[in-house]
Ligand binder design. Structure first.
Ligand SMILES: [Zn+2]
Ligand SMILES: [Zn+2]
Length: 157
């Protein structure tokens, strides 16, 4: 590692609480809670994809904000006690390529959207991969071994 690359983030080397804070007004002063395991996986993913910055589209969500944006009631974005999900993007890297790198790292549930990727560290139930396409969520069966295969099936429709 470059000697000038100091550890900076207040959550982990490259991640900051402000990136993961629920964006609603009520949560301005609330504690940001992010799973250590998720942060570790995100750091690994960053390295795997050439150390490009990972942009956090959505980290923590309070139940009210989550409901307002149409999230699942028991979304992994809602801290319980830690937030276990992040919606991410990386400039110049397609969501499916982020997803495939995340699959290699393992231990992540992966949702591929058109402009971002949902990642969380919850157990793969009911599904390990899903794809958002034209307002439909396609969930891969738990026994589905390959994200790429599943992606090709959905995109081939
Ligand atoms: Zn909130
Ligand atoms: Zn998400």
């Amino acid at each position: 590692m470059d000697g000038n690359n100091k550890s900076l983030g207040d959550l982990s080397i490259n991640f900051w609480k402000r990136e993961f804070r629920c964006p609603c007004k009520k949560c301005k002063r609330k504690k940001v809670r992010v799973s250590e395991l998720l942060l570790f996986k995100l750091e690994m993913l960053r390295v795997a994809l050439g150390n490009r910055p990972i942009i956090i589209n959505s980290g923590n969500r309070c139940p009210e904000y989550n409901a307002n944006i149409g999230g699942y009631p028991n979304s992994a974005h809602i801290p319980n006690p830690d937030g276990e999900a992040a919606d991410i993007k990386i400039k110049g890297v397609k969501p499916i390529d982020i997803g495939l790198a995340a699959e290699k790292i393992g231990g992540l549930r992966i949702g591929i959207a058109r402009t971002y990727v949902h990642l969380d560290v919850r157990k793969p139930s009911p599904s390990r991969f899903w794809i958002y396409e034209n307002n439909i969520i396609y969930s891969a069966k738990i026994e589905n071994e390959s994200l790429l295969k599943f992606y090709q099936i959905i995109k081939g429709k």
